[in-house]
Design a protein around this ligand. Structure first.
Ligand SMILES: [Zn+2]
Length: 232
C-alpha cells in the first residue's frame, strides 16, 4: 500500500471512529442525568478530600507545637525543683508561662481541626456511599445501552484494531506529521484536491503541485494549511 493510501485509510478510519464515539457518548436522558450526578458527587468528594488532607496537615502542625510546648514545660518543672535562687526561680516561671501560652495557642485550633476533620470524614464517607450506589446504577444502565448499540461497539473494536494496524504500517515520520496536522486542523489531516482547490482550506493548489499530484510519486501537502493532499 502506498504511503498516501495508508494516510487516507487512517483518516477514513478515524472519521468512522469519531462518528461511533459520538453515537456511543450520546446517552439517553436517564443515563445522562445519572452521569451528571455521578460526576457532581465525584467532584464534591474530591474537593472535600482535599480539604480533609489540608486540615490533617494543619492539625499535625498544631500537635507538634503542642508536644514541643509540653516537653518544654516538663523540662522547666524539673529545673524548678532544683532552683535554689529566687532570681533563677522567677526566670523559670516566666519561661514556663511562655510555653503555657504556646500550649494554649495550639490546643484550641487543634480541637477545632479535630471537630472539622470528624465532620468531613462523615461527609466523605457519605459521598463515597452515594458514589458507589450511583456508579453501580450507571453501570447497569450503561451496559443495557451498549447492548442496544452492539453494532457500534463491535465496529469500534474493529476500527481501533485497523487504526493500530495502519499506524504500525506507516513510516513513523509520516505518522508524527499526520497527528500534528490532525490536532491543528480539527481532525482532518488528509483532504482531496477538488477543482484545483485544497479541500481543507480552499486555497488554490499551484500548477506544479497539481502536476506532481497527478504523477502520484510524492507525498504532498497543501502549502497553506499543510494537510496531506490527494486527487479527487
Ligand atoms: Zn489547504
Amino acid at each position: 500500500m502506498s504511503n498516501l493510501q495508508l494516510l487516507r485509510d487512517l483518516q477514513g478510519t478515524l472519521d468512522n471512529l469519531r462518528t461511533i464515539e459520538r453515537d456511543l457518548s450520546a446517552l439517553p436522558p436517564d443515563l445522562a442525568t445519572l452521569d451528571q450526578k455521578l460526576k457532581a458527587v465525584r467532584k464534591e468528594k474530591a474537593e472535600k478530600s482535599k480539604l480533609l488532607e489540608s486540615l490533617r496537615t494543619k492539625r499535625e502542625t498544631h500537635a507538634k507545637d503542642l508536644a514541643a510546648a509540653d516537653k518544654a514545660i516538663a523540662g522547666i518543672r524539673s529545673h524548678l525543683k532544683e532552683a535554689t535562687q529566687k532570681v533563677q526561680y522567677a526566670a523559670l516561671i516566666r519561661e514556663q508561662e511562655e510555653h503555657e501560652r504556646a500550649h494554649n495557642a495550639a490546643v484550641r485550633p487543634m480541637k477545632e481541626a479535630d471537630a472539622q476533620i470528624q465532620q468531613l470524614e462523615l461527609e466523605v464517607a457519605d459521598l463515597t456511599a452515594r458514589e458507589t450506589a450511583q456508579a453501580g446504577e450507571f453501570a447497569v444502565l450503561h451496559e443495557a445501552f451498549l447492548a442496544e448499540h452492539v453494532n457500534q461497539v463491535e465496529a469500534r473494536v474493529t476500527l481501533r484494531a485497523k487504526r493500530a494496524e495502519l499506524e504500525a504500517a506507516m513510516a513513523p515520520a509520516d505518522l508524527v506529521k499526520f497527528n500534528k496536522i490532525l490536532e491543528a486542523r480539527q481532525g482532518r489531516a488528509v483532504v482531496a484536491v477538488d477543482n484545483g482547490l485544497c479541500g481543507g482550506c480552499r486555497t488554490r493548489v499551484r500548477p506544479v503541485i497539481a502536476s506532481q499530484l497527478r504523477e502520484g510519486k510524492l507525498l504532498l501537502t497543501c502549502e497553506s494549511c499543510h494537510r496531506f493532499l490527494y486527487l479527487a
